[in-house]
Write a protein that binds this ligand. Structure first.
Ligand SMILES: Nc1ncnc2c1ncn2[C@@H]1O[C@H](COP(=O)(O)OP(=O)(O)OP(=O)(O)O)[C@@H](O)[C@H]1O
Ligand SMILES: CC(C)(CO)[C@@H](O)C(=O)[O-]
Ligand code: BAL
Length: 315
């Protein structure tokens, strides 16, 4: 069933409905931009949507909390689900700039063979992108990028967008998806847009909903530390135009992090090649790097920790 909201956004719930909508766009010779999300929309998502609205005749957003990218011990159940307010956000884009359709599938629609979170018990087809999925986030979350690559392949198969949009905040995800699209010969153009931040520098993220105001405030140290590392690199290369030792950049970052709260736990801080994600001993001007980190911080309402990720790009 297709229902129209007050601002004529089509809510599509089945694969068939999306295909029908897409066919209509093609018949009319119109281009389609696509923004895959897990909902709990914030300004970071909206920046991707705004870009798609500028670039394409039609824009479709998906909202799907994808089970296969969560490990059994992770926060699939607790993940914020705010469909009503998400739809309101989409409807409130300035007039004439309206998102055309939202795809909100059920799990059974996306996983016709069913899905369990325990990888050895899973049945059906999955997609892995080897070489860029195992390190960094993949080391902490071993099945994560298999889940992301699988659901993004399904979504791209369904929507067949001209343009698809992702955020630099999830830097490794962007590398995985670019390789996925290249290696599986998927006919779409992958756009990566900058990370939107709170005024204190904290990267916007749906999981920030887990944090108290105090921890949100304290978490600004993450971006401050990464930015100090980047500034150190830029000052060094400006002076010498020579490669800079990664260990010197990391020292600078760790120096800033000395004043982090004791209950912030750093999982990793790493400097990697921007395309291969190989860990770098030196950063060469012109080649550049990504400095990325994951930090576990206390949750507001429950026991346990929220994982915050962030990165800066060196050029
Ligand atoms: N701060 C941000 N700036 C720009 N893009 C973002 C930002 N946060 C998320 N995105 C992008 O929005 C898309 C959908 O992301 P998702 O729905 O997982 O939101 P999220 O805020 O990253 O959630 P989570 O807290 O689970 O990581 C992804 O491409 C992601 O990189
Ligand atoms: C790309 C994605 C929508 C796949 O579930 C998710 O990983 C996200 O929101 O970044
Ligand atoms: N934005 C990445 C989705 C995840 O962490 O599950």
């Amino acid at each position: 069933m297709t229902t129209a909201s007050s601002n004529t956004i089509k809510i599509l719930r089945t694969v068939q409905q999306v295909r029908q909508w897409r066919r209509q766009c093609l018949l009319n010779g119109k281009t389609v931009g696509f923004i895959p999300t897990m909902g709990a929309l914030h300004s970071g998502h909206c920046s991707l949507i705004s870009q798609s609205l500028k670039d394409n005749h039609h824009t479709i957003v998906s909202i799907f909390v994808n089970p296969s990218q969560f490990a059994p011990h992770e926060d699939l159940e607790a993940y914020p689900r705010t469909l009503e307010s998400d739809l309101k956000i989409l409807e409130d884009f300035p007039k004439g700039n309206v998102v055309d359709a939202v795809f909100v599938p059920k799990i059974s629609e996306m996983y016709p063979s069913g899905i369990t979170l325990e990888v050895p018990k899973q049945k059906g087809a999955f997609v892995t992108v080897q070489g860029c999925s195992e390190q960094l986030e993949g080391a902490s979350r071993p099945a994560f990028f298999r889940g992301v690559a699988t659901v993004v392949t399904k979504l791209l198969n369904i929507v067949t967008p001209d343009q698809v949009y992702f955020g630099q905040k999830d830097a490794q995800q962007c590398v995985v998806i670019k390789n996925l699209v290249k290696d599986l010969l998927i006919d779409t153009n992958v756009n990566v847009l900058p990370t939107l931040r709170e005024s204190n520098g904290l990267a916007l993220s749906s999981r920030n909903a887990y944090l108290s105001d105090e921890v949100r405030d304290q978490s600004s140290i993450i971006y401050r530390a990464l930015s100090n590392g980047k500034a150190f690199y830029e000052t060094s290369t400006k002076k010498t135009n020579q490669p800079v030792k990664s260990s010197d950049i990391l020292n600078e970052i760790h120096h800033t992090l000395e004043s982090k709260p004791d209950n912030f736990n750093i999982e990793y801080i790493s400097i990697n090649h921007p395309q291969s994600l190989e860990e770098l001993e030196f950063v060469e001007p012109g080649v550049g790097a990504i400095i990325s980190t994951a930090v576990r911080v206390p949750k507001e309402k429950e026991e346990g920790e929220a994982r915050l990720i962030d990165n800066v790009v060196l050029s």
